[in-house]
Design a binder for this molecule. Structure first.
Ligand SMILES: *Cc1c(COP(=O)(O)O)cnc(C)c1O
Length: 230
């Protein structure tokens, strides 16, 4: 079942790449496995996927310990500073950096383990009260400060677009994040790369790809609906 879901998502990603004249290899599919058991992850691994996303520290650490070491774990959820220490040497990327204080904590933990962390800055493009992330206006100033931290590298920007039935309504937000990343790239800030754009979820990943996403975070379309009661 999950194998067929992945095939369907793959087909839609390939079509979106085709429509927008992009190479399939420009887009990484991150399978968002939050709330789902390791057996489901193993099944999805069978399709060749190695990038998995989690939004809770404890759950990420649990699954990390039970699954093969070649998986690439992405922290995509809001991260509290006191929990950075549990994941800093386990993840390939933290997508949800939304403050200088959080970045400084990641720097401190990375330095003490002598490791390096790739991060994205989470931008609340749609300025929803319910979402974390900095505003577009705040982003460049914060990046200039974080860029000075030697154990971090800023690889790009991330956004969580509003929940919608019609993915077209999110197109302006994806376009705005892309424009912001091009603008920041043009400033040539040391230690800052704007090569990644983490945007697009089950409801809107095709539109996100058309607007330049390099990392799409897809949960429900691969693993099915989540049950938060269990
Ligand atoms: C849960 C989650 C996703 C995946 O959402 P789906 O709609 O299930 O694809 C993507 N990004 C973040 C940050 C999430 O928390």
């Amino acid at each position: 079942m999950l194998t067929e879901n992945v095939a369907e998502v793959e087909k839609r990603i390939a079509a979106a790449c085709e429509r927008s004249g992009r190479a399939r290899s420009d887009v990484t599919l991150i399978a968002v496995s939050k709330t789902k058991p390791v057996e489901d992850i193993r099944e999805v691994m069978g399709t060749g996927i190695r990038d998995f996303g989690e939004n809770k520290v404890q759950e990420l650490v649990d699954k990390y310990g039970q699954l093969p070491g070649d998986l690439r774990w992405h922290m995509i959820g809001h991260l509290q500073r006191n929990k950075v220490k549990y994941i800093v040497d386990k993840v390939v990327m933290i997508h949800s950096v939304d403050s200088l204080r959080l970045a400084e904590q990641i720097e401190k933990e990375a330095a003490s383990r002598n490791c390096h962390v790739d991060i994205l800055i989470e931008v609340n493009v749609a300025e929803e009260d319910s979402k974390f992330g900095v505003t577009c206006e705040e982003t460049t100033a914060m990046i200039r400060e974080i860029a000075a931290l030697p154990h971090l590298t800023i690889r790009g920007l991330m956004t969580i677009a509003p929940f919608t039935e019609d993915p077209e309504t999110n197109r302006p937000y994806f376009r705005k994040l892309k424009e912001l990343s091009v603008d920041i790239a043009s400033k040539n800030i040391d230690n800052v790369f704007m090569s990644e754009l983490s945007m697009g979820m089950s409801g809107d990943f095709e539109v996100a790809i058309e607007e330049g996403a390099t990392l799409v975070r897809v949960g429900t379309s691969i693993f099915g609906e989540r049950n938060y009661q269990i």
